[in-house]
Design a protein around this ligand. Structure first.
Ligand SMILES: Nc1ncnc2c1ncn2[C@@H]1O[C@H](COP(=O)(O)OP(=O)(O)OP(=O)(O)O)[C@@H](O)[C@H]1O
Length: 290
């Protein structure tokens, strides 16, 4: 269980996250949605301890991670892998070494600096790449891969950490629809097959509704919705995005879908099928061609 209690984060006078309380059971797949600036990234970064809370606490399995220091903090950052919109790979290192860097917190510094990895680590990295269906890229420089492939390498690197939690900060925001679907399918498969808790910030409602069993909606640093996709009504969406932001959230023009149309398409719990065209939404709002 990941427990977030009365968590607030300030940047000067700006309150980025405001008194957030959440309990996320192990194995849940959670989507965090909201407009730009709602506080989604800040929340994830506090969980992973890339930044500290101003007030409140984050606990995992009874351990207060918001006050960890030194080795125990590094252990938490190993257990709680993070995936970023911009992949954060080392561009001029081959793919397999990038993946093995996920072991950094498990090995001594000298071996890591010299980039000496055991046969077992190399096999594990290959296995992780195979799981993401990109083992054939193992010896290429990371920078030669497409965005979708790079994000899959980043997920493989996260798997090398053998994490208990994966936090993904807008993992598909830079991807074309096909790669976005591959990446979301991969995260969902990891969640379902390995029982790893996944908390992912997403730009559009459609994607969150298609993949996540629980959706948390944030607005101005606060949690204003916490429920199932089915409970996310048009009124809630309007509160989250504002009347003028609804199109950004759904891009109904692009997807020809609406809340009412999407809901019956979901299977009971989780499923892999996206509503037709749903993933074009982030592209459209980013002004990119399909
Ligand atoms: N390091 C920082 N210094 C000052 N203000 C910050 C910092 N990081 C975030 N903020 C502010 O905190 C608020 C929440 O930002 P955050 O990035 O968490 O939002 P978000 O919902 O993730 O938005 P986006 O989708 O655009 O990333 C914003 O007003 C942002 O400008």
């Amino acid at each position: 269980m990941l427990k977030i209690s009365r968590v607030t984060r300030r940047f000067g006078a700006k309150v980025a996250v405001d008194n957030v309380n959440l309990e996320i059971p192990t194995g849940q797949m959670v989507g965090v949605i909201g407009r730009s600036g709602a506080g989604k990234s800040t929340l994830l970064r506090m969980i992973n301890r890339l930044i500290d809370v101003s007030e409140g606490s984050v606990e995992f399995g009874g351990l207060e991670v918001s006050s960890l220091r030194g080795q125990s903090l590094r252990d938490w950052q190993r257990d709680c892998a993070m995936i970023f919109q911009q992949f954060n790979l080392v561009p001029r290192l081959d793919v397999i070494t990038n993946v093995m860097l996920g072991r950094l917190n498990r090995r001594n510094t000298i071996m890591s600096l010299l980039q000496i990895f055991s046969e077992e680590e190399q096999l594990l990295a290959l296995k992780a790449l195979e799981r993401l269906d990109i083992a054939q890229t193992a010896s290429q420089w990371a920078q030669t891969l497409s965005g979708g492939q790079q994000q899959r390498v980043a997920i493989a690197r996260a798997l090398m950490q053998e994490p208990k939690v994966i936090l993904a900060d807008e993992p598909i925001a830079s991807l074309d629809p096909r790669n976005a679907k591959i990446v979301m399918d991969s995260l969902q498969a990891i969640n379902e097959e390995q029982g790893i808790t996944v908390v992912t910030n997403l730009h559009t409602l459609d994607t969150a509704r298609a993949y996540c069993e629980r959706i948390i909606g944030m607005s101005a640093g606060r949690v204003v919705f916490d429920g199932t996709p089915e409970q996310l009504t048009t009124e809630v969406a309007r509160e989250l995005y504002g009347a003028d932001g609804l199109q950004e959230a759904f891009s109904e023009e692009m997807t020809s879908t609406s809340l009412e149309a999407i809901v019956p398409k979901r299977k009971k719990k989780k499923h892999a099928e996206l509503p037709a065209g749903a993933l074009e939404a982030p592209l459209a709002s980013a002004g990119l061609p399909n």
